[in-house]
Design a protein around this ligand. Structure first.
Ligand code: F6R
Length: 365
């Protein structure tokens, strides 16, 4: 059942190219995003005053990525909120509010309750769900499925990446309706998106370096992930993956916040995973690497192939991923972070597919 892999998590990481392909390919036709099962008119979208993205855990992290990319595409306010917070905060939802809920299982209680609260206030709901026919899928006004297939490991991997690419598709679709994206940019993103499965596959064929870095760093008891913009959003997921399955304390910070407190935690030998895959801010990422190195940190850097050489000059260890359009970069860049968490947990002898105290679907508050 694990298809020759030691754990479901490893199998599901390897299934990502196919899961991403299945999620995007039926929705791209003649160079356009086609979402037949979505019933939003251009007039409705133009009349929106705000968009909320609501979810828990890793699905929430997808929302954090999407807030950055959607606001850039749509030039409209997009607010991302944890479902458990949204449901009790007297949220500003009315008829002109679109509420996107993201859930792999479609059964998460807080997400379900938040969705009901949004509908009660007159908002329209669109669910991004993996499990067909699940409760959230049945109750939402519209539903779009990620075609990741069954995910067994408690720590999500292929559901996360398929949620990311589906949110990118929906963002492009809405931007097209609004006329807020130029044709060349729209086309460039779509054609890069179609190359993602291949690039992911290529990367997954050679992951020995990640295994090696995991064996070098698995004994650290605290790890910090730093990044800016989409790298920060992705760092939240990298950090969660690591802590949930390896039980190492880890946190993700926006690099610009280091000086406002976090840097006091950096001492000689502290492991910092520096994320520098978002090309528009690579130079800023580099200067943060220099800054933590100056405090004695051990830096494991993640960047894209074109920037590898520059990063290697300063970081102690460097992993590089293929480059894609900056908006799509997190769906490739997160893969080494998933693998790093996996191999670290393996070195530490953890129960990878069933981490302590966690359940695959959280149906209680
Ligand atoms: C982390 C993880 C959880 C889920 C969260 C939401 O690896 O799997 O954080 O992302 O419990 O679950 P869904 O997406 O099913 O609503």
């Amino acid at each position: 059942e694990k298809g020759g892999y030691a754990h479901f998590m490893a199998k599901e990481i390897m299934e990502q190219p196919e899961a991403v392909r299945k999620t995007i390919s039926p929705r791209i036709r003649d160079g356009r995003v086609v979402l037949d099962d979505l019933h939003l008119t251009a007039d409705y979208v133009r009349g929106l005053s705000r968009i909320f993205i609501i979810a828990c855990g890793s699905s929430y992290h997808v929302g954090v990525v999407s807030k950055y990319s959607w606001e850039k595409l749509l030039r409209r306010p997009v607010e991302v909120m944890l479902a458990s917070e949204f449901r009790y905060c007297d949220p500003l939802v009315d008829e002109k509010t679109l509420v996107i809920v993201i859930s792999q299982s479609g059964e998460t209680l807080d997400t379900m309750a938040a969705m009901r609260e949004a509908r009660r206030r007159g908002g329209r709901t669109l669910a991004i769900v993996n499990v067909v026919g699940s409760s959230i899928a049945r109750e939402a006004d519209d539903v779009l499925y990620t075609w990741a297939g069954p995910e067994i490991a408690v720590a999500t991997t292929k559901a996360y990446t398929t949620q990311l690419v589906l949110m990118d598709l929906v963002g492009l679709y809405l931007a097209d309706l609004l006329g807020t994206v130029e044709k060349p940019a729209y086309e460039a993103i779509l054609s890069e998106m179609q190359l993602l499965p291949e690039k992911m596959q290529g990367f997954l064929a050679h992951t020995e370096d990640i295994q090696y870095f995991a064996s070098r760093y698995f004994n650290h008891d605290s790890i910090f992930f730093i990044g800016r913009n989409l790298d920060y959003a992705m760092g939240l997921e990298g950090s969660l993956k690591l802590k949930e399955i390896s039980y190492i304390h880890s946190e993700a910070y926006a690099s610009g916040e280091l000086k406002h407190g976090t840097i006091s935690l950096i001492e000689p030998g502290t492991l910092v995973v520096a994320l520098g895959t978002y090309a528009p801010l690579f130079d800023k990422a580099m200067s943060n690497v220099v800054e933590v190195k100056a405090r004695g940190a051990e830096v494991l850097a993640l960047t894209t192939e074109p920037f590898r050489e520059r990063m290697e000059k300063t970081a102690d260890a460097t992993i590089s991923v293929p480059e894609t359009h900056p908006m799509l970069q997190p769906s490739l860049s997160v893969v080494p972070l998933q693998l790093f968490a996996y191999y670290v947990a393996l070195q530490r002898g953890c129960d990878i597919d069933k981490p302590r105290n966690l359940a695959k679907s959280v149906t209680v508050e």
